[in-house]
Design a binder for this molecule. Sequence first.
Ligand code: 5GP
Length: 187
Amino acid sequence: MTMYGDIERVLWTAEEIVARISELGGEISNDFQRFPSPVVLVGVATGAFIFLADIVRNITLPIAVDFIRAESYGSGTKSNGAPIISCDLKLDISGKHVILVEDIVDTGATLSCLISHLKSKGACSVSVCTLLDKPARRRVHFDLIGEGKFYRGFECGDEFVVGYGLDLAEIYRNLPYIGVLKPEKHN
Ligand code: 5GP
């Protein structure tokens, strides 16, 4: 039994994802080259782990990497409400330029919480680099900090997606592409 048969539609193939990440890495390298100190890329666990691993290898500048965890989703496909930070950074980001690396921005609640947190820790700018963005579902406003920019790989419609780090109840993260599950698999 494999997981591939659970997918109804592929939205972005592995090749399309690789190509887009190469472009994003180029943009970030270009935008941050003027700063003398290394940028800190903060991956939002768990969903961003594959995207983070790929984006860092497409950035040509010296960078530091750390992780943060914010919990708001249970094991289903609907949010449980306000996120909390359940695992904090190891690095001191005071005075640093930070790029938050996310798998997907949905309502914006997680990002809003994380950006405020990074600001309170003294980051001098906070940018966001998300592989997917669901603007139609935005409910919570967030402001980037300082000269922060918003980078996104692809715009996603209002549907639940899995693969390339994104899960349903911790499964499907290792799919090499992003797709939509057959209805019987997530209802
Ligand atoms: P937000 O706080 O923006 O509503 O939600 C962000 C988090 O919700 C993401 O980091 C991700 O874990 C989860 N999420 C939102 N939409 C999807 C989706 O379509 N698929 C999966 N697997 N997770 C999602």
